[in-house]
Every structure is written in C-alpha cells, then in structure tokens.
Write a protein that binds this ligand. Structure first.
Ligand SMILES: Cc1cc2nc3c(=O)[nH]c(=O)nc-3n(C[C@H](O)[C@H](O)[C@H](O)COP(=O)(O)OP(=O)(O)OC[C@H]3O[C@@H](n4cnc5c(N)ncnc54)[C@H](O)[C@@H]3O)c2cc1C
Length: 424
C-alpha cells in the first residue's frame, strides 16, 4: 500500500469519526425544531435520515416531487446496455418509515426572512433551518443550439432516467460503422470522471457489438480526472476506436445543430450518428429562486457549516454547493449530508459546530471488469474545503488486470452500500 493510501485510510477513519452519527442529547425545548430538506437525492435524503438518527425530536420534512429516485452512478452501464434502469431506481418508502415527513411535490419559492418554503401546491412549510440539495440543472442555451428540444436528438443523459434510455436506444439503433460523438464541458460540472467513464463503456459496447464504429470525445479541457489511468486503459482496450480531442486540439464545442446531429468547433464540424452532449450546468433552479446561487450559478457556502454565504439559516449541500476541492459526486454529497446534519442538529441546540473532515472516493469503470478510483480527504482551509495534502490518492498506474477487476467489484459494492444507506 502506498503511503498516500495509508494516510488516506487514517484520515478517512478520522473523517468518519468526525461525521459519525453520534446522537446529541435532546435538550429541553418547546416545540420540536423544524428542518425542511429540499431534494431527495444522495445529499438531501441522506441528510434527512441523518438528522432523524442524530435527534429524533427534530421534525424533518423532505420535499421531493418524484416518487422514485433514479441514480446517476452506474447509469453509464445502462447507456452501454450492461444494466437495466430499474437497478438504478429507489423509492422513498424507507425514508418515510424513518419518521421523515414526505412532501411529494416541488419547492417553488423560499422566503428566507419569514423562514418558509412554498410548495407547488401552494402550501407553506415553516422551518428553523433549511437544507437545500436540489442537484443540478442544465444551462439550456449556454451552448448555442442546445435547448431542451435539442436533447431529444442529442441526449445529455446527465440526469438519469428517460434521457439515459434515449441515448442507449440510439446506440442500439446505430448501424455498425457509425460515428458516436460525446462533448464534455468545462469545469465545474457533475461527476468529473463521468464523461470519460461513459466514453469507456460506450467504447466497450462498440467493440463488442459494432466493431467498425468510431467514438470521438470533444473536450472543453486539456486535463481531466484520472486522466493517465483512463488514457492508459484506452490505449490497451480501445486502440483506434476511441479518440479524445482536448481543447488545445480543437475539442471545444462552440455550437450544435440538433437537426443534423452536428458539433461545431473552431477547428471544424463533426457530424455524428449518435450525439451525446454533456452540457454546461448550474445548481438546481430553486437555488437561484431562493437567492442562494451566485453569478456562477452555484451556491457559495461556509465550509464548516455548509450555511449559505448569501442567506442565513439555509444550508446547501451536494452538487449545488461550491464545495471547493470536493468534486460533485454522490459520495461527496453523502459525506456533506452527514456533516451538515451534525452541524444543523448542533446549531438547533445552540452548540457551536466543529471543523469537519470529509471524504470522497470516485470509482470509474473502463470496462465491466476494469475499475479505477480516486480518493480524497477534505477540510476547511482559507474559507473553502481544501484537499488534505498527502491523503487520498489514485489507483496505481500499470496495475495488473486482477487489481482492476477487484476495483470494478468494489465500485459495485460501493453503489449497493450507499443506496442501501440512503434509500434502504
Ligand atoms: C453519468 C453519471 C455517472 C455518475 N457516477 C457517479 C459515481 O460513480 N460516483 C459518484 O459518487 N457520483 C457519480 N455521479 C454524480 C452523482 O450522480 C451526483 O453527484 C449526485 O447525484 C449529487 O447528489 P445531489 O443530492 O446533490 O443531487 P441529485 O442526486 O440529483 O438529487 C437532487 C434531487 O433534488 C430534487 N429537486 C430538484 N429541484 C427540486 C425542487 N425545486 N423541489 C424539490 N426537489 C427538487 C430532484 O428531483 C432530485 O431528486 C454520476 C453522475 C452522472 C451524470
């Protein structure tokens, strides 16, 4: 084991201890404190559950319009025909059984002064603390030609569900010898290694099902997460099939034409048989409506409390938050959710929050039996969440195939564990 990995494990244990769900005493108080959580994804549902575990006296309401949550991690396997969408779907039955009140509709407004959330049905929910975890929205129109209608012919599949199946069906219908083009956005965006995992699994699909085809990744960046490991594996598994075009070689897409599935760059045009646009993103729209998103479209937070820097008593977690060095991942969202729950429970009792340590691990599959990972530990530093130096690390370069196969198994185990913890 490398010293970096050893240090990660040590710090990971410390991080787990600092965010552990150790119950705080329930202080004598009048009415039960009310916490409203907006968004029932990896961040929101996890935070709601952690709050109930920490202090069952807190009245927690989770606002989420969808009766079923569809998870993005492993949705690239669905795209590549390696898994069914149903394996990605989870109900809120167990969340409700944990004593959380479910408001099965959208939040449409937040009145920070009056401390209330307005729902789509007109009801108002008062709160003592509000946790916002609305995930992402697509910046429609930020890429010229790419509006919501365009996502029918050029799916993004960056929110799992119907879009995931649409992309898969297009790949299945494409004749052998076709050209698939994926465009990857500039940072920041949901799941930094996600476009490259998707490219890998689509390449696997093409190699095994349509071997005369070609896959081009047009990238708005020159560097990306786990790049060396991805590129080594591509050379080994998909030579001549997968071409990655960085921004310095003309990868930046400046416009798309959905009628012809064409990507326009400064260096030329790429016409695709299957076109996957991973567009620029921002925090879920309600964040903007609530006034907690800044001009970047994301939500600035205090790294100790996750409290919005723009509105008091509102905490923002998950993809919507500006979490410094922490990537926008389900693992990170879950880690932030537990930390935030501890902080909110403490603040409700008048106790001071303590500096947290948070962890993240992102697994990626390059083939069904070829996994790699990157891990990190984070702590507040200089007003942001910064990576703890020397902690974390990536899978070793040049590892044998058994190691890659073992990481693929670990990836799957991680998904089962996190979804069982949040929704099970
Ligand atoms: C292809 C792909 C692969 C990925 N793979 C991985 C992986 O392997 N590992 C990993 O850790 N991460 C992965 N991710 C990233 C992961 O999916 C996200 O980081 C994670 O879902 C973020 O959690 P969240 O709770 O912030 O947002 P979400 O999980 O998107 O949840 C947000 C919730 O808020 C709800 N909501 C939005 N607006 C409102 C409103 N107004 N009122 C009420 N509810 C609202 C939504 O309905 C949704 O249920 C992947 C992402 C993609 C796209």
């Amino acid at each position: 084991m490398s010293s970096g990995r050893r240090e990660f494990l040590k710090l990971g244990a410390a991080a787990a201890a600092s965010t552990a769900l150790c119950p705080y005493p329930v202080f004598a108080r009048g009415a039960a404190p009310k916490v409203v959580v907006i968004g029932g994804g990896f961040a929101g549902a996890s935070c709601a559950r952690a709050l109930r575990t920490i202090d069952p006296a807190i009245a927690v309401t989770l606002v989420e319009p969808n009766p079923t949550f569809t998870a993005c991690p492993f949705s690239n396997n669905v795209v590549a025909g390696l898994r069914e969408l149903s394996a990605q779907q989870f109900t809120y039955e167990h969340v409700a059984a944990a004593g959380i009140t479910l408001a099965g509709t959208s939040a449409t407004a937040v009145d920070a002064a009056a401390r209330s959330v307005t729902l789509a049905d007109g009801a108002r929910l008062p709160y003592d603390r509000l946790v916002m975890a609305p995930g992402i929205d697509i910046r429609w129109g930020a890429l010229p030609g790419y509006d919501e209608a365009a996502s029918a012919s050029m799916p993004h599949a960056w929110r799992a569900g119907e879009q995931t199946l649409r992309l898969r069906r297009q790949l299945e219908a494409m004749p052998d010898g076709g050209v698939v083009v994926i465009s990857a956005p500039a940072n920041p965006f949901r799941c930094p290694p996600g476009p490259y995992e998707r490219a890998s699994l689509i390449a696997h699909f093409l190699k095994t099902r349509k071997p005369r085809s070609k896959l081009i990744v047009l990238d708005a960046k020159d560097v990306f997460s786990k790049q060396r490991l991805f590129q080594q594996a591509w050379a080994e598994l998909y030579p001549g099939l997968l071409e990655w075009v960085p921004v310095s070689r003309g990868g930046a897409v400046t416009a798309v034409d959905p009628t012809t599935r064409t990507f326009v760059t400064d260096f030329g045009r790429h016409k695709a048989d299957v076109a996957n646009v991973i567009p620029p993103q921002k925090a879920g729209r309600i964040a903007e409506v609530a006034g907690v998103a800044d001009r970047s479209g994301w939500c600035p937070i205090d790294p100790v409390t996750f409290e919005s820097r723009l509105e008091p008593r509102i905490h923002v977690i998950g993809d919507a938050a500006i979490a410094g060095a922490m990537p926008k991942s389900a693992f990170a969202a879950n880690s932030q959710a537990k930390t935030c729950a501890v902080v909110v429970a403490r603040l409700l009792t008048g106790a001071a929050p303590s500096d947290p340590k948070l962890i993240n691990t992102c697994y990626s599959l390059i083939a069904p039996d070829y996994g790699i990972s990157v891990a990190g530990v984070y702590e507040p530093s200089g007003g942001q969440l910064a990576e703890v130096k020397g902690a974390g690390g990536v899978s070793p370069a040049g590892a044998p195939r058994e190691t890659r196969a073992a990481e693929a198994v670990l990836a799957e185990a991680w998904f089962r564990t996190i979804t069982a913890e949040v929704f099970g």
